[in-house]
Ligand binder design. Structure first.
Ligand code: FEO
Ligand code: CA
Ligand code: CA
Ligand code: CA
Length: 826
């Protein structure tokens, strides 16, 4: 929802600058016993009698709440389900003396890795599609040469959600199911170098170029070996790369910011704010048994800020539209800002996405007349309309261009004399090599310029690379980039990581999505020569594209021109690692953005979600939905697809079950305003066979009932539901019907609330260790509506006890582990 800072005009994408007449809007509107067996001794090797009749009932249905690990003695049998920790114990027959060795081995069934040696070992129950028996043998060798053996069978059922749903909550803590533990990791201001002081958290701190930034958003754990090299399989050491999207500016200075709405800004305040944006790289280490800590003095630690040199790559690099006084050739740049969601490449780089960059720029009133009509069309379409810019940085008393570049007003003779084009240097997907702190990030212009939310990369050997990207503003679009080069799996191991980015991300075709009413969809190419002129609309004249660079810099205009489907704020994209289906969160829309007659099959609801004791009306699609698509032929390069709406957000208590709570949500799984979405990694049982989808919320509509949350789901697939016609109603009482395609309704088995965050936060980034036994989650902007004199949250200090009323909140990452050591959620 909106996070409007006092008079700075900042928005998180809840804006609409799409004033184009898009024909598809109208056309789609139509449309988880222990019976230790004494081991029998015999001549030579004796096999233990197998007590095969007693499978424990516990966990046998694979769908228990708070299901836990199992411990089994040799010769006994037990049942569990995928992802749960199983411990096998054995001991020699009573009276045995002189033991040479004891060992467990696997005899049959899906191969698992046994951890430990001797008489006690453990393993994680593997992913299975049907109940599967795994047989293990415990062997005791006596010094005299005799041996004893005993078999144990573990029956593994398919994965299931194994935790009790977390109820709605308004407390100032991160709440997780019983059996799980929350560890607060890196927080706003934590030092990233040996010489940087601990964060005082009283506004006195400086040098955010060596501290964790504010508003942590997307995050990813890049594994490191003990030797300090890239190791994608490591679950004990890694580099946490996190975006820092924006600021709770009221908490960054001793008494709040000075003249933040109007300027002049003290340069030291502005510098702190600037450097608190960008991206951080911080080494994380398991100090034993999944107890996590970050390494303050790691040589890998890095900050990338709005002042970090960048390179431009791809078709728009060198375009005159990118010329600035800092970059007279348009091939370089400086800085990244409003870094929201991410994308991860197979070659282990991080794609950071520049989302709401437009508002940071100042353009004085006199600038309009100095611009060409074409420039003004583009400026309007991207909303570069602030007269101060968020936080008014350009008003700092300094001539240093780290401040002045935020003023895009034409002042010089040419574009190389001022920062008139600086805003064209943002809105890109930026590739970062986390393993090389000296590397220069590369802005990948082939992926287009927009309010980039995220960039999910689907890599299938032998196919082109596909990158799925949402543009988060009201009535913006879903995009896909398809590489020119066919993906070769061997490239994933390259040590020339950014060169792999050059290979796959600099040449290809950018498409935008059109969702048809019948559940089909098309990818429309944004290729110069194929894109028509953008038609005139109202007082805005037609826009004639000059070349491919123009289409990439002004991607929204090109998408308008081809008739893409405007959506209810496209947020994260995530791909199911088994089916390849792509999920897109559509966080919400309001009545102004999409009135009753503005619905279509893919954005079908218009309704009221009353809020609070006063039943304050919220019309439009205040709770959002999640759409998903399956490419025809299952190829990344497909130009057509099938779609349905996987889930409809709703306040289960208030919502009409027929027309609003279409997915049948209950108080255990209702949610509003989905934003982050992520599938469990396919390197562990939670991401295999029937992967767990995680859904994070950035809500303002249902916050009368609960703080923002994280849900775990076991989704089905496109087409598992069916056609549905709903009746919408607007604030005047007028009604209209809308046909759509709804996925199968949710149930307690398929959707549960896993976490509720602290006061006024949003749940942002998410990733897990490859073994799935630690989940990292971002808690962004707790206490965002509070003030420096009256902070409205004291999290994370409030997580472990009562914090003083003056303690300022901090965005932070939490590590969540299951107390019994199992895979998270299962
Ligand atoms: Fe930065 Fe659209 O969330
Ligand atoms: Ca409500
Ligand atoms: Ca987001
Ligand atoms: Ca958000």
């Amino acid at each position: 929802m909106t996070h409007d800072l006092p008079a700075t005009g900042y928005t998180d994408g809840d804006v609409d600058t799409n004033s184009s007449e898009v024909t598809s809007l109208e056309t789609l509107a139509d449309q988880r016993f222990s019976r230790r067996q004494a081991l029998f001794r015999g001549a030579g090797a004796t096999t233990m009698a197998f007590m095969g009749t007693a499978l424990l009932a516990a966990c046998s249905d694979g769908d228990d709440d708070n299901a836990s690990s199992v411990t089994i003695s040799a010769g006994a049998n037990a049942a569990t389900s995928s992802g749960r920790l199983v411990t096998l114990t054995g001991s020699p027959a009573s009276g045995t003396s002189g033991i040479a060795s004891t060992a467990w081995g696997q005899t049959s069934g899906t191969t698992v890795t046994l951890t430990g040696t001797g008489s006690t070992v453990s393993f994680i129950a593997p992913a299975v599609s049907t109940a599967t028996d795994l047989v293990f043998t415990f062997a005791v060798v006596e010094t005299g040469g005799h041996s004893q053996t005993a078999q144990t069978t573990v029956r593994v059922s398919p994965s299931a959600l194994g935790f009790t749903a977390v109820p709605h909550g308004l407390a100032d803590v991160v709440a997780v199911p019983s059996g799980y533990t929350v560890t607060v990791m890196t927080r706003l201001g934590d030092p990233l170098s040996a010489g940087t002081a601990a964060y005082a958290n009283n506004g006195s701190d400086t040098d955010f170029a060596h501290r964790i930034g504010d508003h942590g958003d997307a995050l990813h754990f890049f594994g490191l070996s003990t030797a300090g090299a890239r190791d994608d399989a490591s679950s004990t050491r890694g580099l946490m790369v996190q975006n820092h999207e924006n600021l709770n500016v009221q908490y960054l200075h001793p008494n709040g910011p000075t003249n933040v709405s109007t300027g002049p800004r003290p340069a030291d305040e502005a510098l702190k704010e600037i450097e608190a944006h960008g991206v951080s790289v911080a080494e994380y280490k398991d100090v034993g048994s999944r107890k996590w800590a970050y390494v303050q003095n790691s040589t890998f630690n890095r900050r990338i800020t709005p002042n970090t040199p960048m390179a431009f790559n791809g078709p728009a690099a060198g375009s005159a539209m990118l010329f600035t006084a800092y970059s007279p050739t348009g091939k370089t740049g400086r800085g990244t800002i409003n870094n929201c969601a991410n994308g991860i490449t197979p070659w282990a780089t991080n794609l950071t996405c520049e989302e709401n960059w437009a508002g940071y720029f100042r353009r004085d009133a006199a600038d309009d007349a100095k611009r060409t009509v074409r420039e003004m069309t583009a400026i309007s379409r991207y909303g570069v309309t602030s007269r101060t810019g968020n936080f008014a940085w350009s008003t700092a008393n300094s001539t240093d261009s780290i401040y002045t570049k935020w003023n895009a007003t034409i002042t010089g003779a040419t574009a190389a004399d001022d920062y008139r084009n600086e805003f064209n240097q943002y809105g890109w997907v930026v590739e970062i090599d986390p393993y090389d702190p000296a590397s220069t990030p590369r802005k990948r212009t082939a992926l287009g310029r927009m309010g980039h939310e995220g960039a999910f990369v689907r890599a299938v050997a032998g196919q082109k690379l596909g990158v799925y990207m949402g543009d988060d503003s009201r009535r913006e679009y879903l995009y896909k980039f398809v590489s020119s080069t066919t993906y070769a799996a061997a490239d994933a191991a390259s040590t020339s990581r950014l060169a792999m980015g050059d290979k796959y991300l600099d040449a290809g075709t950018l498409y935008v999505a059109k969702f048809n009413a019948d559940g089909s969809g098309q990818w429309l190419p944004l290729v110069f020569g194929q894109v028509p002129n953008r038609a005139a609309s109202g007082s805005t004249p037609a826009y004639v594209f000059a070349d491919q660079a123009d289409i990439l810099v002004n991607t929204r205009l090109a998408a308008d021109a081809v008739g893409a489907t405007p959506m209810d704020r496209p947020e994260w994209t995530a791909g199911n690692p088994v089916t390849g289906e792509i999920y897109l969160t559509l966080t919400n829309n309001n009545a102004a953005g999409r009135p009753l007659n503005g619905t279509d099959a893919a954005n079908p609801r218009h309704y009221n979600d009353p809020k609070g004791a006063a039943n304050t009306a919220q019309y439009g699609n205040p709770n959002g939905h999640i759409i998903r698509l399956r490419e025809d032929g299952d190829t990344t390069a497909a130009t057509t697809f099938k779609w349905d709406i996987y889930l409809f957000g709703a306040d289960a208590t208030d919502a009409d079950p027929t027309n609003v709570n279409i997915s049948g949500l209950t108080v255990d799984n209702d949610f509003s305003s989905p934003d982050g979405c992520y599938f469990s990694r396919d390197t562990n049982p939670a991401g295999q066979i029937n992967p767990v989808l995680w859904i994070e919320t950035d809500d303002g509509a249902m916050t009368d009932r609960t703080n923002c949350m994280l849900l775990a789901a076991l989704p089905g697939k496109v087409g598992d539901g069916g056609a549905k016609t709903i009746t919408n109603k607007d604030s005047t009482g007028a009604t209209a019907t809308q046909a759509t395609i709804a996925g199968k309704a949710a149930s307690a088995a398929t959707l549960r609330r896993f976490l509720v965050g602290p006061v006024q936060c949003e749940i942002t980034g998410i990733d897990m260790t490859p073994d799935g036994r630690t989940l990292f989650v971002g808690i962004q902007h707790p206490g965002e509506d509070g003030s420096v004199t009256a902070p409205s949250s004291h999290w994370p200090d409030s997580q472990t006890g009562t914090a003083a009323a003056t303690v300022r909140p901090r965005s932070a990452i939490v590590a969540i582990t299951k107390d019994d050591g199992g895979v998270i959620a299962l």
